[in-house]
Design a protein around this ligand. Structure first.
Ligand code: HEC
Length: 128
């Protein structure tokens, strides 16, 4: 193997590691230690309460109907989630003009993802 080939192989290897780390982060955007959530996830819960997603989806995302978010996030990518929340869907209003939602969308996703993975129970989470 020439040095160029070795370098090429090595850079592919590094790239794969980076991609694997990223997709892992995407899978699990929250961190829970001893039942306590990281700050982003906690703020996601807070934003969810402040803008009252719970009016239709239950105070912890568990209400059905119209949609049980805890269940529906299991089959949804983050991108799909963001698009629905920003643009609205059916009877759900779009939240594009609410900064509390647009600025905290990652955090709201982290919170609901933790709920839908079964990593976090209902009610107010405890912060690390
Ligand atoms: C006024 C009631 C209402 C509020 C408030 C509301 N939603 Fe919804 N939401 C709905 C309805 C109704 C649907 C079902 C839309 C459809 O499929 O026709 C829905 C669907 C969704 C979906 C898609 C679920 C799926 O399986 O397709 C997501 C994600 C979602 N809501 C997140 C949120 C978030 C996050 C908030 C707060 C920022 C929020 N919703 C606030 C009524 C609401």
């Amino acid at each position: 193997m020439t040095t160029a080939e070795k370098l090429f192989r090595y850079s592919i290897f590094v790239l794969m590691q980076v991609l694997a780390a990223q997709s892992h982060a995407e899978d699990k955007p929250y961190q829970i230690i001893d039942g306590k959530v990281d700050q982003n996830t906690f703020q996601g819960w807070q934003a969810y309460q402040d803008v009252n997603c719970g009016l239709c989806h239950g105070d912890s995302g568990q209400a059905a109907p119209p949609v049980n978010l805890v269940k529906s996030l299991q089959g949804m990518s983050k991108q799909q989630f963001v698009e629905i929340v920003i643009r609205g869907k059916g009877l759900m209003p779009p939240f594009i003009s609410q900064p509390k939602v647009t600025e905290n969308i990652d955090k709201i996703y982290s919170y609901l993802k933790a709920r839908s993975d079964g990593a976090l129970g209902d009610g107010k989470p405890q912060q690390q």
